[in-house]
Design a protein around this ligand. Structure first.
Ligand code: FMN
Length: 340
C-alpha cells in the first residue's frame, strides 16, 4: 500500500495530497478536487464523528476467525463494504489516468476482492459512460449511480443503467446541491415523494437512495419503495456544516433497521471504522476517497489489495471486540458513540 499511495500522490499532485490521515483539513474548499465544500466542515465532521467512537475490548472468548461475509440487496459480499461512486477523474484527480482506467480498476478490483464497486455520474457524459461500460464488461457486477436530473436525461440513463446487467441502481439525491451542474445548464433537483416513487417504479431494479441524513428522509425513501438508503453527506461536498454521518446514523437505524437496508459512508478509513458504522446501525458501508487513491496509485491490483487490507483490519477489530460475525453484532461493542 505504501508504494500505491506514493504513486497516487505523484499522479494526483495539485488535486490530492494523499495525507497520512484523510480528514479534509488540507483540501478544505477544494471542489472540484477531492476536498469538502466551503470550510470543509462536513467532510471533517465525518472523520471526527468516527474518531469519537471507541471500542470495548473483549478477549475472553474463542473467536479467532471471525466471519466477515454478508449479503445485501441480493449481492453476496466477502465483507459489508463497497467502493462509493466517484467520478470526474480529469477535474477531481488531475487526469493522469483516464476515466475508463480509473473506473475499470474500481469495478474489477472490487470484484476480485469479493465486494462491489459503484460508478458515478456527472458532466461530461464520459463519466457515466465509462462506468456503465466497466459494469457491463464485468457482467453486471457493479452499481451505477445516477444524479437526480430534472428531465428526460434521468430516464434515459436509468434505461442505460439497466442495460449494463446490474441488478441494483442508485440515485445520489443529495447531488441536488451540486450547483455546478445547474450552472452548466444541466439542472438537478430534490424529488418529492411521488416523483421518487415513480422513478423507483420505472427503474425496474433494486433501488438505493443515497444522501439521506434525517429520519424523515429515510422514512420517505422507504415509502417511495427504495430498497436501501445511504446515510451520506456526499463526503461533505454538497452542503457545508452538516453533522458527521456517524452521528445521525443511530437515530435513523433506530427507526428504520430491518425495514430498509441501511448503508453508511463518510470518513471511513479503516476496518475498525467499518465495524464502528455497523455497531451504529449500518448493514454495510461505502468508502470513497481511500478507494480513489488505491485506484489512482495501483489500478485494479491497488483496489483489490486495499480491500484486502481493510478486511484484515476488520477481522482484527472483530477478534478484539469479541465479534463472531458481521451479521450478528454483540450489543455493546462500542464503549461510547459519537458525542452530539
Ligand atoms: C471527487 C468525488 C466525486 C464524487 N462523485 C460522486 C458521484 O458521482 N456520485 C455519488 O453518488 N457520489 C459521489 N461522491 C461522493 C462519494 O460517493 C461518497 O459519498 C463520499 O466520497 C464518501 O466519503 P469519503 O470519501 O470520506 O469516504 C464523490 C466524492 C468525491 C470525493
Amino acid at each position: 500500500m505504501k508504494e500505491i499511495r506514493k504513486t497516487a500522490r505523484d499522479l494526483m499532485t495539485g488535486y490530492c495530497r494523499v495525507c497520512p490521515v484523510c480528514n479534509g483539513k488540507a483540501c478544505a474548499g477544494e471542489v472540484p478536487g477531492m476536498g469538502g465544500l466551503g470550510t470543509g466542515s462536513a467532510f471533517m465532521a465525518n472523520v471526527h464523528a468516527l474518531a469519537d467512537c471507541t471500542f470495548n475490548m473483549r478477549l475472553v472468548h474463542d473467536i479467532t476467525e471471525p466471519d466477515t461475509g454478508t449479503s445485501l440487496l441480493g449481492l453476496e459480499l466477502s465483507m459489508p463494504v463497497m467502493a462509493a461512486p466517484i467520478g470526474g477523474v480529469s477535474f477531481n484527480m488531475g487526469g493522469k489516468r483516464s476515466e475508463e482506467e480509473y473506473i475499470t480498476a474500481i469495478i474489477d478490483g472490487c470484484r476480485q476482492a469479493g465486494i462491489v464497486g459503484c460508478t458515478g455520474d456527472g458532466v461530461p457524459p464520459f463519466i457515466h459512460e465509462a462506468g456503465f461500460a466497466a459494469i457491463a464488461a464485468a457482467g453486471g457486477h457493479g452499481i451505477p449511480f445516477i444524479k437526480p436530473w430534472e428531465d428526460a436525461e434521468l430516464y434515459d440513463k436509468l434505461a442505460k443503467a439497466r442495460d449494463t446487467g446490474a441488478s441494483v441502481v442508485g440515485m445520489d439525491i443529495d447531488a441536488a446541491g451540486l450547483i455546478t451542474l445547474r450552472k452548466m445548464g444541466r439542472p438537478v433537483s430534490p424529488k418529492p415523494v411521488d416523483t421518487l416513487r415513480e422513478i423507483i417504479a420505472r427503474a425496474g431494479l433494486k433501488f438505493i437512495v443515497k444522501g439521506v441524513m434525517t429520519v424523515e428522509d429515510a422514512r420517505l425513501a422507504a415509502e417511495a419503495g427504495a430498497d436501501a438508503i445511504v446515510v451520506s453527506n456526499h463526503g461533505g461536498r454538497v452542503l457545508d456544516h452538516t453533522p458527521g454521518t456517524a452521528k445521525v446514523l443511530p437515530g435513523i437505524a433506530k427507526e428504520m433497521k430491518g425495514k430498509i437496508a441501511i448503508i453508511a459512508d463518510g470518513g471511513i478509513r479503516s476496518g475498525g471504522d467499518v465495524l464502528k458504522m455497523l455497531a451504529l446501525g449500518a448493514d454495510a458501508v461505502m468508502l470513497g476517497r481511500p478507494f480513489s487513491i488505491a485506484a489512482m496509485g495501483g489500478l485494479t491490483e491497488g483496489v483489490a489489495s486495499y480491500a484486502q487490507t481493510l478486511r484484515t483490519e476488520l477481522m482484527q477489530a472483530m477478534v478484539m471486540t469479541g465479534t463472531r460475525a458481521v451479521t450478528q453484532l454483540p450489543a455493546n461493542i462500542l464503549w461510547n458513540g459519537p458525542r452530539a
